[in-house]
Design a protein around this ligand. Sequence first.
Ligand SMILES: Cc1cc2nc3c(=O)[nH]c(=O)nc-3n(C[C@H](O)[C@H](O)[C@H](O)COP(=O)(O)OP(=O)(O)OC[C@H]3O[C@@H](n4cnc5c(N)ncnc54)[C@H](O)[C@@H]3O)c2cc1C
Length: 260
Amino acid sequence: MPSKNILLVLAHSEPRSLNGALKDLAITTLTAAGHTVTVSDLYAMKWKAVADAGDFTDEPAGDRFYYARSSARGYKGGTQTADIVAEQKKLIAADAVILQFPLWWFSMPAIMKGWIDRVFAYGLAYGIGYEGGRYGTRYGEGSFVGKRALIVTTTGGQATHFTDRGVNGGIEDLLFPLTHGTLFYTGLDVLPVHAINGSNRLTDEQYAIESARYRERLTALFTDAPIPFRKQNGGDYDEALRLKPGVEGTATGLSIHRGD
Ligand SMILES: Cc1cc2nc3c(=O)[nH]c(=O)nc-3n(C[C@H](O)[C@H](O)[C@H](O)COP(=O)(O)OP(=O)(O)OC[C@H]3O[C@@H](n4cnc5c(N)ncnc54)[C@H](O)[C@@H]3O)c2cc1C
């Protein structure tokens, strides 16, 4: 396997946490496989989570602020703040991105949402390819085609709570806004979510099992099959971008957007 660049984005405030240990495990495993790992440790970086006018150095005084418009101008004109530009460079250089976080209220912690809001700029991640009657270059197309993404999350809830009939709902459904609406939207191949459940009280034995399971996923980062989301412009959706009748077979809910 040729050497690859991996960007690991971590949202946890405590280096001695389970998430901190998993981050170290990922660095060790991927580096031993000959890859280069760049870490964006968002709390350690004191990452600014809120997207606002302060993200641009040329925001005209007195204008009504509209984030997408300023993002487009800032990305194209080079007037985004340095922290955003640095993360975009890391993202563009990456062959794979790992987003690692504890599940908070069925989602990612705000600091990671803020990383996406600010780094996934207009003109880079969205707002591209509207020409020729196509509704955008997105959902399987886009700037990040050719890159892979893996979400690694630790949960307080037990594995059974996140199954198809589990009280929390399935983990792939809960994280669909991230896997489908963000990562696949911008062109990445998204691997099945790696969840470490019941993580509040892991025994040493369980930690050893979870470490081995995570190492396997890391080793297969460039070979595992991605979630087979349907491409927006792949023929399954009609002009109004509704799935054509019957295409889903027996699938229901959000899984109608998968092609398997
Ligand atoms: C605001 C908030 C919202 C939340 N929302 C949800 C939710 O919606 N759904 C849900 O399921 N959960 C939820 N949780 C729970 C949360 O997901 C877990 O507490 C978190 O994932 C645990 O990860 P951690 O890294 O903080 O663990 P830590 O507290 O650091 O560690 C957990 C356990 O792992 C073991 N451990 C840690 N490090 C090691 C090591 N190096 N070696 C061996 N064992 C180790 C220890 O036994 C430790 O007690 C929420 C928590 C908060 C604070």
